[in-house]
Write a protein that binds this ligand. Structure first.
Ligand SMILES: CCC/C=C/C=C/C(=O)SCCNC(=O)CCNC(=O)[C@H](O)C(C)(C)COP(=O)(O)OP(=O)(O)OC[C@H]1O[C@@H](n2cnc3c(N)ncnc32)[C@H](O)[C@@H]1OP(=O)(O)O
Length: 293
């Protein structure tokens, strides 16, 4: 989102979301959540949907916890090679559940001692941060497909995904200052690196102004097709690529080169390299099939 390139969107998102449901297999065993719906619409592609439509997918405590649980589970699921993240109902998310903000006020009132209040507050912030960081730690590529509103904590969430698509009616709002907060769950850390424009990030974060999508290039099927393309490639190559990209964002070029060198001294020994190379040399005559990772 938000750079011209990433703002490019998912046209007619709602019908497309319905069509994901139609194509999907029933909820996967072991993926039972109160606030998330998980399905498998295409081979090795998992679809995670924020599922509190009546509350515009406001991020309550349960949803925040379940996001972490779900992506930790997907990380260990060898049937999953790529993930599409969408939301049910008329908006992607309206941000943190405002009744849970009262919980923060509860902490302020909970003790007379500042150190104890600070420790309780730190625990909440860390727990929320770790939940969204689970997307980044999950080695499977994650495509967030945003429709309509993506507010506050929603920006934190999609900044942890790998790829962002949005609908032509999508809008984005770093709204924290409007509720008296500095965003603390990843937006201020990740968004500048995603957009590559520090000035724009500051403007959005200081003003809480809405930023609208003006481009609409892809359908939800586009996200699914992209996930499917990724899922068809060597999981060793794709997941190592994701690890290297996340590492590279936070390290120098030389540190990144050392990191990929250390990783690839093992990964290049994978059977996937031979299988992929043979398929490439056949110029499309033979199709590469990779085993689970
Ligand atoms: C340690 C903390 C770290 C995290 C920090 C995160 C910070 C943030 O996310 S800041 C942003 C917080 N969000 C907001 O301030 C947005 C509040 N909502 C709205 O402004 C509007 O709902 C919105 C413009 C998104 C949509 O307006 P619309 O008129 O179309 O719908 P509504 O009638 O307002 O909403 C429908 C029902 O959903 C409930 N709801 C919507 N948003 C929230 C929310 N964020 N929290 C709780 N509930 C929400 C709304 O109350 C309606 O419910 P009901 O009355 O029962 O029908």
């Amino acid at each position: 989102m938000l750079s011209t390139k990433c703002m490019s969107g998912l046209l007619r998102m709602r019908p497309a979301v319905l069509s994901i449901r139609t194509m999907s297999s029933p909820p996967t065993d072991g993926y039972s959540y109160e606030t998330l719906a998980v399905s498998v619409p295409k081979e090795n592609v998992f679809h995670v949907q924020l599922n509190r439509p009546d509350k515009l997918n406001a991020l309550n405590k349960v949803l925040w916890r379940e996001i972490g649980e779900c992506f930790n589970q997907l990380a260990d699921d060898s049937d999953c090679r790529a993930v599409v993240l969408t939301a049910a109902g008329r908006m992607f998310t309206s941000g943190i559940d405002l009744s849970d903000l009262a919980m923060l006020a509860g902490i302020v009132m909970s003790d007379d001692d500042l150190a104890r209040k600070c420790r309780a507050m730190r625990k909440v912030i860390t727990t929320y941060q770790e939940s969204f960081t689970s997307l980044e730690k999950c080695s499977k590529p994650i495509i967030a497909a945003v429709h309509n509103a993506c507010v506050g904590g929603g920006i934190d969430l999609i900044c942890s995904a790998d790829i962002r698509y949005c609908s032509s009616d999508a809008w984005f709002q770093v709204k924290e200052v409007d509720v008296g907060l500095a965003a603390d769950v990843g937006t201020l850390q990740r968004l500048p690196k995603i957009i590559g424009n520090e000035s724009l990030v500051r403007e959005l974060s200081f003003s809480a102004r809405k930023m609208f999508s003006s481009e609409a290039l892809h359908l939800v099927e586009g996200a699914l097709d992209m996930a499917s393309t990724i899922a068809s490639k060597s999981p060793v190559a794709v997941q190592t690529t994701k690890m290297a990209l996340v590492h590279a964002r936070d390290h120098s070029v030389q540190e990144g080169l050392d990191y990929i060198g250390n990783l690839n001294m093992s990964m290049l020994q994978s059977e996937d390299v031979r299988i992929a190379a043979m398929a490439e040399m056949s110029k499309g005559k033979s199709k590469a099939t990779f085993s689970k990772l």
